[in-house]
Design a protein around this ligand. Structure first.
Ligand code: SF4
Length: 472
């Protein structure tokens, strides 16, 4: 069955991870709520693995978190440690088999479960180590789990340290065996992973702080790039498998993370608000109202409006219940395009000169449909303001954007893009302002999709322009 066309505005994240160790708590419910808070990071499948100290149980399903789990299913997942995962696929098909946590049994019958956010850019050397077993792996996450299970009998922790040091790419990973949860992050720390403490004791690892908040945990710190943390009955411990060379994904601030994620010193909301303020200074235009493309444009539109002294309004209503669905749309529904996701408020739009604030333009088709929809509602003028620079280069680190040929800014000038989308004016935030809004040093951020400076070498860049180097 063909999946329904994706309704987000361009880039899509690839997975959220969660892990918890808490005696006396119903950890499968904590995993459920943690994943619920991370639903925006992956909507194709959801899974939870728990252990009571002796056995690991894994439960996973296609669909959203609350489609995959109900009260009775969670009640059957009894234990005091667990991990969870929500998936959006970039390598490997969107199937139940490829849903995570991935699960493997070691040669002596112990178990390893794993959830991965990111993308490995080079896996041939790992496949070679495993021989036929490696060739059978459908995803880089399965390959990773197979490698760990092969060596985990002696010590899963030592196996992780050994394998993690050999990985190339972006990876924020949670792993468990029967007694311990682990979390580790690639030396560049491209994707997020934070540590939280539960009020009655116990620890949580999660892709975003919103997943800590929902279970009542308070943020302690990030898992550092190149760090492995472990939680068991003795508490939390840490060790390094590589030196840190931070290159955190700047697109997490622009679009991917929830606004209530606290990415270091700065919340994503505050960063987006500053992006809007700076955009107002860099690209002013006379208008009657500033409107966001919800939700990722909302904070930035508020910042733009405040800085420009132009009223803020909401003229696009988002269908918050749109997720990924496996119902094939009829042709008449397909033609509705962007209206499946956003519905315009005509009385807010008609006769007004609008500044429309959005996070990015990837292929340009969504912006074109958006502008056309606003014009159908008799907008007097439509000025597009984008809170990031033009996306000219593909992402190889776990974000499904497009191939270079599909990226509209890789082939067209800003004026040509303005003409294509049909706006009265179009302006992007500068790279310097975007970086500055995050409060982080430029050198500690990955900006590769904007400036082409890839912090982790990507082999296929030499030979072509594949979307993502596929797992062999
Ligand atoms: S290339 Fe872009 S989306 Fe990918 S990790 Fe780097 S900044 Fe993030």
């Amino acid at each position: 069955m063909t999946p329904m066309p994706e309704l987000r505005t361009g880039a899509r994240d690839e997975c959220g991870v969660f892990a918890v160790y808490a005696r006396g708590e119903h950890v499968s419910k904590l995993c459920f709520y943690g994943l619920y808070a991370l639903q925006h990071r992956g909507q194709e499948s959801a899974g939870i693995a728990v252990s009571d100290g002796s056995h690991i149980l894994v439960s996973k399903e296609m669909g959203l978190v609350n489609q995959a789990f109900d009260e009775s299913r969670l009640a059957g997942l009894d234990g005091h440690l667990g991990i969870g995962h929500v998936r959006y696929s970039t390598t490997g098909a969107s199937t139940w088999d490829n849903a995570q946590p991935a699960f493997k049994v070691t040669p002596t019958g112990a178990a390893v479960a794993l959830g991965h956010n990111g993308n490995l850019v080079s896996t041939a050397h790992l496949v070679e180590q495993l021989g036929a077993a490696g060739e059978r792996c459908a995803t880089d996450s399965e390959l990773l789990t197979t490698l760990l299970a092969r060596d985990a009998d002696a010590s899963l922790e030592e196996a992780i340290v050994d394998v993690a040091a050999q990985l190339r790419g972006a990876f924020s990973v949670v792993v468990m065996n029967e007694s311990t949860i682990y979390g580790f992050r690639d030396p560049h720390g491209v994707r997020p992973l934070v540590i939280g403490r539960l009020p009655r004791g116990g620890y949580v690892l999660a892709s975003e702080t919103s997943a800590l908040d929902i279970v009542g945990a308070h943020r302690i710190r990030d898992v550092e790039p190149g760090e492995l943390v472990a939680v068991d009955e003795h508490g939390l411990r840490s060790r390094r498998f590589a030196d840190a060379t931070p290159s955190f994904c700047v697109f997490e601030y622009v679009y991917l993370a929830r606004p209530d994620h606290n990415a270091g010193e700065t919340s994503v909301y505050a960063a987006r608000h500053r992006m809007g303020e700076m955009l107002a200074a860099e690209a002013p235009v006379e208008a009657d109202m500033v409107i966001p493309v919800p939700d990722s444009g909302t904070a930035a539109a508020a910042g733009y409006a405040q800085a420009a002294g132009i009223p803020y309004g909401e003229a696009l209503v988002k269908n918050r219940y749109v997720g990924r669905t496996f119902i094939e749309p009829s042709q008449s529904v397909r033609e509705l395009g962007i209206r499946l996701k956003l519905n315009p408020l005509r009385d807010m739009i008609a006769g007004r000169r609008l500044i429309v604030v959005d996070d990015s333009i990837v292929r340009g088709n969504t912006s074109r449909q958006l502008v056309a929809m606003l014009r159908q509602c008799d907008a007097a003028e439509v000025h597009l303001r984008i809170t990031s620079p033009p996306v000219r280069h593909p992402c190889f680190y776990g974000i499904d954007m497009a191939t270079r040929a599909e990226l509209i800014a890789s082939g067209l000038s800003s004026e040509e893009i303005r003409d294509f989308v049909g706006a009265d004016s179009l302006a992007y935030l500068s790279l310097e302002a975007m970086v500055s809004s995050t409060g982080r040093a430029k050198g500690s951020l990955c900006r590769a999709c904007f400036d082409g400076e890839y912090p982790i070498p990507v082999p296929l860049l030499q030979s072509g322009d594949a979307r993502v180097p596929a797992t062999p």
